[in-house]
Design a protein around this ligand. Structure first.
Ligand code: SF4
Length: 388
C-alpha cells in the first residue's frame, strides 16, 4: 500500500532484505516524491474494502481515496475474507483460544531493527494450538510467491514481538499470500508453513540485512527486485544490468543525451534484445506445448506452414541419375536442387515421385487478437501491473 512507511518497512523487505539490495532504501530516499499510480490507488481502495470486511463493517461504494469500489474488487476481497473467516470458524468450533486482527500496527524493533514496523493485512493467533497465521493481500497482477516471502517473515517477527509470544520457536507459522488477480497454477491463495525454529533463522537473516541497509556505504545489488525499486532510473548498478536496459531507456526520456549516455543505452538495449529474444524462445516452447495439449493461451495460436517435398535420403543416388537425364546440372558434394526446383527446370513430376518424400508441415507460434484474453485480463493489452 502507498503512504507513510518506516525506513525499513516489511512491505519492502524483498528490496532491503537478505535477497535484495542493501543500498536500495537509501537510494530510494534520495528520490523525489513519486506520484501515485492508478494501480497503487486501486490497490489502496481494495485494501480499504478488505479492512472493512475483515472488521465486518457495512459495505461501501467508494474508497477513502475516492476510487470507486467495483465488482472485481469485491470478488477479490471476498476470496481473502472467506479464507480468513473459514480458518477462524474451525478454531472457534474447536473452542480454541485465539485472537485475530487486521491492519494493526506491529513492530520488530528488537528482533529485526528499531526502524522496522508495519501493519499486516490479517493476523490470527491461536494460543491453544500455538499457531500464528498471517495473510497478505495483493491486488496487483505480478506473481508474488508465498514461499520464502520476506514480507510475511517480517510480519511474523513483528507479531511475535508485539504480542510477546513466549517460546515462539516451538510454534507454527502459516504465511499466506492472497493474490486474486494473478493467474498462477498454485491458485490465488498460496500458503507457506514453517516452524518457529525455521522462522528464527530467517528473522536473524533479516536482522543482518536491516543493519547492513543503514550502513553509509551500503552496496547496490541488482536483481529481479530492481523492477520495484523507485531509484531504478537513477541507479548506476541498474544501468549496467542488461536485463533491465529496456526499463532504463523508457524511464530516462531525455532529449539531450551525451555521446557516452547514447553509447551506453545502445549497448544496454542490445543486451536487452538478446535477453528478451532468448526468453521469448523459451516461452514459445512452453506455449507450444500447452497449445498442443488443447489449452487456450491468450494472444497465441499455432500456425502450420505448407508441407514441403524433399528428396528421400535413401534414394538420393537414383534421384541424381534421373534429374541429370533431364539436363539438370548436379555438382558433386553440393546438395541436389529441391524437387520443386527440378520440376521448374523441366523434370517430370511423375518420374521423380518415387524418390521424393513430403515432410510434416512446420509449426510456429503466432500472435493473434484474442477476445478470450480481453475477458481474462480486462481491456488492457498488457496484463502486468505492479503489486500493491
Ligand atoms: S535499482 Fe536495484 S541495484 Fe539500484 S538501488 Fe534499486 S534495488 Fe538496488
Amino acid at each position: 500500500m502507498s503512504g507513510q512507511h518506516a525506513p525499513l518497512p516489511p512491505s519492502s523487505a524483498y528490496l532491503w532484505g537478505p535477497e535484495g539490495c542493501p543500498g536500495a532504501m537509501q537510494m530510494q530516499a534520495r528520490q523525489p516524491p513519486q506520484e501515485e499510480t492508478e494501480e497503487s490507488r486501486e490497490g489502496d481502495a481494495a485494501h480499504d474494502l478488505l479492512r472493512d470486511q475483515l472488521r465486518k463493517l457495512p459495505g461501501r461504494d467508494v474508497a477513502d481515496n475516492g476510487v470507486p469500489i467495483d465488482d472485481e474488487m469485491r470478488e477479490a476481497v471476498a476470496l481473502m475474507v472467506d479464507w480468513a473467516f473459514a480458518g477462524l470458524a474451525e478454531w472457534s468450533a474447536a473452542k480454541d483460544q485465539f485472537i485475530y486482527e487486521n491492519e494493526v500496527h506491529a513492530a520488530a524493533h528488537n528482533l529485526v531493527h528499531p526502524d522496522n514496523d508495519g501493519t499486516p493485512d490479517y493476523v490470527a493467533i491461536n494460543w491453544t494450538r500455538k499457531i500464528v497465521r498471517i495473510g497478505d493481500f495483493k491486488y496487483g497482477h505480478g506473481f508474488v510467491d508465498a514461499y520464502g516471502n520476506w514480507q510475511t517473515v517480517n510480519y511474523a517477527a513483528a507479531v511475535v514481538e508485539t504480542h510477546q509470544i513466549p517460546n515462539w520457536r516451538d510454534w507454527t507459522f502459516e504465511l499466506t499470500i492472497c493474490q486474486p488477480r494473478n493467474y498462477h497454477k498454485d491458485g490465488p491463495l498460496r500458503h507457506w508453513k514453517l516452524t518457529g525454529f525455521e522462522l528464527y533463522g530467517r528473522v536473524e537473516a533479516l536482522k543482518r540485512a536491516a543493519f547492513a541497509a543503514i550502513e553509509p556505504d551500503a552496496p547496490l545489488q541488482t536483481g529481479d527486485h530492481c523492477k520495484h525499486c523507485l531509484a531504478q532510473w537513477d541507479c548506476p548498478a541498474n544501468q549496467q544490468r542488461g536485463g533491465y536496459a529496456l526499463d532504463i531507456a523508457l524511464s530516462q526520456g531525455s532529449s539531450s543525451m551525451s555521446p557516452d549516455a547514447l553509447g551506453l543505452e545502445g549497448h544496454l538495449l542490445d543486451q536487452a534484445i538478446r535477453y528478451l529474444t532468448d526468453r521469448k524462445k523459451a516461452l514459445d516452447v512452453k506455449i507450444g506445448e500447452l497449445l498442443d495439449c488443447g489449452f487456450r493461451v491468450p494472444y497465441h495460436a499455432v500456425e502450420f506452414g505448407k508441407p514441403r517435398d524433399m528428396w528421400d535420403k535413401a534414394k538420393v543416388e537414383q534421384a541424381v541419375q534421373v534429374v541429370e537425364m533431364y539436363g539438370v546440372p548436379v555438382v558433386k558434394g553440393v546438395a541436389l536442387p529441391t524437387p520443386r526446383d527440378c520440376m521448374k527446370k523441366g523434370v517430370d513430376a511423375a518420374v521423380i515421385k518415387p524418390y521424393v518424400t513430403t515432410n510434416a508441415p512446420a509449426k510456429k507460434i503466432v500472435q493473434v487478437a484474442d477476445n478470450h484474453a480481453a475477458k481474462v485480463f480486462g481491456t488492457r493489452a498488457n496484463p502486468q501491473r505492479e503489486n500493491t
